[in-house]
Design a protein around this ligand. Structure first.
Ligand SMILES: Cc1cc2nc3c(=O)[nH]c(=O)nc-3n(C[C@H](O)[C@H](O)[C@H](O)COP(=O)(O)OP(=O)(O)OC[C@H]3O[C@@H](n4cnc5c(N)ncnc54)[C@H](O)[C@@H]3O)c2cc1C
Length: 233
């Protein structure tokens, strides 16, 4: 990519606020004139550089989900978790109002899709903001089953409007088998015309995905499964 293409591809915003909202989560609010270029759909993500890519061309980026977007003021809300103790987790602790923030053109594959009647929203704390955004953008007539697994109650945070529309379960340590067992106990009998969003801890995502596909005959196109990070082997 030429230097000019690169400077067009990199977008910039300003931090309005960065606040710790749960034991392991920060709420980052940013404003950007570059957001005017996107046609936002709930479920978009943003690849944020963990520094200034013009000063440090090798700087890494991390993918974060839009928790909410306000097209009038071009403000985005993002929830960033620190469980990993990785580069992104360390970076978010240093960010303060007024800081410049650099990112790529927002886009997304895990979008709110209103084409089904029933929905399963399953995830962990790291994917909670993405699931909140999907939940708010599904029509009121939809039947929504939710199952959010957390390590401890201190990791729970409310949606952007301070409501708690999803169901939380404290499961410690995280066990894909225990989570699946509890989900099976609570799942509705009728899973016809259902889209499942399954995000978060990799092994749990795969276990639930396989159960719905093999034991409940879910059509593959209705399984929107995404492990949010790679497990170290
Ligand atoms: C579609 C999508 C949307 C995402 N949205 C968000 C979001 O809204 N907010 C957010 O915080 N993250 C989100 N992520 C995850 C994010 O991109 C990073 O992978 C994650 O935050 C870890 O980055 P890091 O630099 O802190 O840790 P890394 O340096 O990448 O990882 C360090 C170590 O921690 C482990 N690890 C990574 N993440 C976790 C975790 N959450 N819990 C436990 N162990 C972990 C890794 O296996 C590795 O061993 C999303 C990922 C995807 C694919």
């Amino acid at each position: 990519m030429s230097e000019q293409d690169y400077s067009i591809a990199v977008q910039k915003g300003i931090v309005l606020n960065n606040k710790k909202i749960a034991e392991n989560t920060f709420h980052l609010k940013i404003q950007s004139e570059d957001f005017k270029k996107m046609e936002y759909i709930a479920g978009f993500t943003l690849d944020i550089y963990l520094g200034n890519p013009f000063e440090q061309p090798e700087i890494e980026d991390r993918k974060y989900s839009f928790w909410d977007y306000d097209p009038i003021y071009n403000n985005a809300d993002i929830a960033i978790c620190t469980f990993s103790k990785g580069k992104g987790a360390n970076w978010i602790k240093t960010i303060k109002p007024g800081d410049a923030i650099y990112f790529k053109q927002p886009k997304g594959k895990l979008l709110a899709d209103n084409n089904a009647e029933n929905y399963l929203l399953i995830g962990d704390t790291t994917s909670l903001s993405h699931l909140y955004e999907i939940n708010r953008n599904l029509s009121i007539s939809k039947n929504i089953f939710s199952f959010i697994y957390v390590n401890q109650s201190q990791d729970i945070f409310p949606d952007i409007d301070l409501s708690y529309p999803l169901n939380f379960h404290v499961i410690n340590p995280v066990s894909a088998e225990i989570i699946l067992k509890k989900i099976i106990e609570e799942l509705p009998d009728n899973l016809d015309n259902t889209i499942a969003y399954i995000f978060g801890e990799p092994e749990t995502c795969i276990t639930i995905h396989n159960y719905l596909k093999k034991d409940r005959n879910f059509p593959i196109q209705n399984l929107r499964t995404k492990p949010f990070w790679k497990t170290n082997k």
